[in-house]
Design a binder for this molecule. Sequence first.
Ligand code: HEC
Length: 208
Amino acid sequence: MKIAKTLSILGIAAFGAMLAGCKAGGDNQGLEYAPQMYHSVAYEPLTQIVNEDQGQWLSTREDGKGEFFNSNVYNPNHMNMREPVEGTVPRNKSGMLPHRLKQFQLEDAALIENPIPSSDEVLKEGKTLFEQYCVACHGEKGQGDGKVGEIIGGVANLTGGAYINLPEGHIFHVITKGKGRMGAHGSQITPENRWKIVHYVKQVIQKQ
Ligand code: HEC
């Protein structure tokens, strides 16, 4: 009986100690088991810690620096990411420049050439994309007679009048930024796919 009582008191004491060990908050991280599992020394671009001693008390690093030191000693100012070379412009995976023209800069956009060479495959993809994104308003043949077009009205007939001569860059820009009553599709269709649609519009819809 006595033993059982002693054991239970010991148990409560041990449990209490465990709970106390779990306490963490603010700068106190509590007791950590195998801290190197939680604190990776990954070079993070935006959380640069240049103080080599920070986290020294729990460091298990072989280079003798603190656990939290994560800046790059080989770059100027200990930066983790190098600044791009002055005057360079980032391109996307396919080597395309970013399209930064504003919606009203249609004349500038008209000068851009289609960077994707046309092929049967591209026209096939262009057709699928046109059906997905444009037919609802512009209709199967681009005559402005799609089901949604009937309701909103004023949809351009891409096969008629001045629309026939629209430069490829102009069409790309209209898809990207929208124009008048047509909304922008830039966030929904990748630049590559927009240029494929342009090929389809020019060659199949407008037979140019
Ligand atoms: C929600 C309906 C809608 C959808 C979807 C739509 N358009 Fe339009 N589009 C319009 C309307 C309306 C106009 C007439 C815009 C104006 O001048 O007010 C127009 C105009 C155009 C023009 C003529 C631009 C000019 O210079 O006047 C082109 C080119 C065009 N659309 C291409 C496309 C292509 C390609 C797609 C598919 C990616 C597409 N549109 C999707 C409604 C739509």
